[in-house]
Design a protein around this ligand. Structure first.
Ligand code: TEU
Length: 562
């Protein structure tokens, strides 16, 4: 059982740029993290995942790496990294790194060589292709395929030096590595072993279900009104994805103990996830799926639909059932790419912010799987009140805004409405530590504005208040550590057609837990029998519940034995 320690663990994600600025340049850094390790130890989390801190031109805030084996000077150096790792381990926690190897930065030495000439030995380390047959290289529409890039524009950049295009599924400064080439894979595995030998405990693998492309690369389907095609059929879960991850396991993780690997996989299906996470197949321990964070977007990327609770329950129900026997779920509401969940699926008004943040935490953490807490979630941090596009810093928001308004002709105000609700900068505003200027994040103006609500919502205030979101998250994390049914119990969804209440049971041997969360601002009675004699383990409101009648945004966890 020792290799499955992560089933009872809770992971905390740090976005270093926005966590804590120790050197006063407006940007978070490694020393800032060291200074706040006790906050995380007190919260009780088991693992810290660091978003990229490697050397990078910061085109996509570090998801564009120019040296995989060095620290960006913005964040510190390797000595400070080692000190951080030591501090984490001393507190009984583990540290996992981000692994961004679907693509590198265009400033990485590998790409510099690759682009230098057609016969360079590293030419084939990236995806180079000539212009479309019969078209003038470098002219609109001459790209080798019609795919769009995630941050706007085509997925191919023309390079005059050699007269060919290179593939970039994200920004032009993030060329895709060619995993078909065994030298690329060996270089990646060597780099991973170097970090593990240094003492890190595993990896979160960025878009790792995009590393295998379908050959030959071919046009995708064009949708009316969109400038570029969705090429995802050509790169999501390609034919060699499982093979590559198993090879990585053999060359990096085999023989190492107590590692944690989690693959970020946009568009992954339940059936695929079972294969990726079945321990016997030796690929990864768990995946990040996206269904529940895409539940409010429908088919049109430029519309926001109100959440339908039955849809959300359908999604979680399928994932819980699908990975019940083989494989394992990860559980998250938030990360550095998602808006703040209390603003998205809860109610961030002063009246209900705290209750709804706790309710959302309860429902998530009581599922079967490993929960992830994103920095500030434990404080109930909210979305930012963006006024205009100039308030955004994210390459995705800026790129998509440009494409939607300038090329696709959408109304700027409509596009802004969606970016306000869903933009990634909502998650990236600086951590709110106290009520001093800049929220205690930095002594100077931060790279991205602090949410003006930092005077009310901050770590110091949360820690001082026993009824806070912070102390409630401590209880949730402790419950996972103490109650085996939270970790290993089976899962049964109740009231699947109810649009207001989220309810389920977890059962392990003679212990059964009942979890109910009210997703509305109204009082709702749960029609569930047989829990009169149960014990109340958790309740997110100061008042005791009235039987199974749930007050606005109330959540309870009950336990019975039979
Ligand atoms: O994100 C992958 C991804 O699919 C994103 O495009 C995400 O779905 C989208 O931004 C949501 O709006 C990973 C990283 O988490 C992200 O920060 C990087 O920008 C991206 O890969 C490229 O490395």
């Amino acid at each position: 059982m020792t290799e499955l320690w992560w089933k009872s663990a809770v992971v905390y994600q740090i976005y270093p740029r926005s966590f804590a600025d120790a050197d006063g340049d407006g940007m978070g850094d490694l020393q800032g993290i060291i200074d706040h390790l006790d906050h995380l130890a007190e919260l009780g989390v088991d693992v810290i995942w660091l978003s990229p801190i490697h050397k990078s031109p910061q085109d996509d805030n570090g998801y564009d790496i120019s040296d995989y084996q060095d620290i960006d000077p913005l964040f510190g150096d390797l000595a400070t990294f080692d000190a951080l790792m030591k501090g984490v381990h001393q507190r009984g926690m583990k540290l996992i790194m981000d692994l961004v190897v679907n693509h590198s930065s265009d400033e990485h030495a590998w790409f510099q060589e690759s682009r230098s000439s057609k016969d360079n030995p590293k030419r084939d380390w990236y995806w180079w292709r000539p212009a479309r047959d019969g078209m003038e290289p470098g002219t609109p529409g001459a790209e080798p395929t019609n795919w769009g890039a995630a941050f706007g524009g085509p997925a191919w950049a023309y390079d005059e030096k050699t007269g060919e295009y290179y593939l970039h599924l994200f920004s032009p400064k993030q060329p895709d590595l060619n995993w078909e080439n065994p030298e690329v894979r060996q270089a990646v595995y060597a780099m991973m072993n170097w970090w593990l030998d240094r003492g890190v405990d595993g990896f979160r693998m960025d878009v790792i279900n995009m590393i295998s492309k379908v050959l030959p690369l071919a046009d995708g389907r064009l949708t009316a009104g969109q400038a570029y095609a969705d090429g995802s059929a050509g790169y999501i879960n390609g034919p060699r994805n499982h093979e590559f991850l198993h090879e990585m396991y053999e060359q990096v993780f085999a023989g190492r103990e107590d590692m944690l690997t989690v693959g970020e996989m946009p568009g992954v299906t339940v059936d695929e996830a079972i294969l990726f996470t079945d321990q016997e197949r030796q690929e990864v321990d768990m995946v990040f799926q996206f269904d529940h964070v895409w539940a409010d977007r429908g088919g049109d990327p430029w519309r926001v639909f109100p959440l339908q609770l039955t849809v959300l329950k359908g999604i979680f129900g399928r994932w819980q059932a699908g990975l019940a026997e083989e494989g394992w779920n990860s559980l998250y509401w938030n990360n550095h790419d998602q808006p703040r969940v209390v603003s998205r699926y809860g109610d961030d008004s002063p009246e209900f912010r705290s209750a709804s943040a706790k309710m959302l935490g309860t429902v998530l953490h009581l599922h079967r799987g490993t929960p992830y807490v994103y920095q500030g979630e434990e404080l109930g941090m909210t979305n930012y009140p963006f006024r205009s596009i100039t308030d955004f810093r994210d390459i995705e928001a800026l790129g998509q805004f440009r494409q939607a308004t300038e090329i696709e002709g959408r109304a700027p105000e409509d596009v802004l409405t969606v970016l306000r609700a869903r933009g990634r900068d909502n998650a990236r505003t600086p951590m709110q530590w106290d009520d001093s200027p800049n929220g205690g994040f930095s002594s100077t103006t931060p790279w991205l504005a602090v949410n003006p609500n930092y005077r009310e919502i901050n770590a110091t205030a949360e820690r001082a208040n026993p009824d806070s979101v912070f102390h409630y998250y401590r209880q949730l994390i402790k419950l996972r550590h103490d109650e085996p049914a939270v970790v290993d119990g089976d899962f049964t969804m109740l009231l699947p057609n109810d649009e207001r209440l989220y309810a389920f049971t977890r059962r392990l041997a003679s212990t059964e837990l009942l979890v109910i969360g009210n997703f509305t601002g109204e009082t709702v009675r749960a029609e569930i029998d047989g829990w009169e004699e149960s014990e109340l383990l958790l309740n997110n409101l100061p008042e005791a519940p009235d039987g199974l009648t749930m007050a606005p945004w109330q959540a309870v966890v009950l336990r019975r034995t039979r």
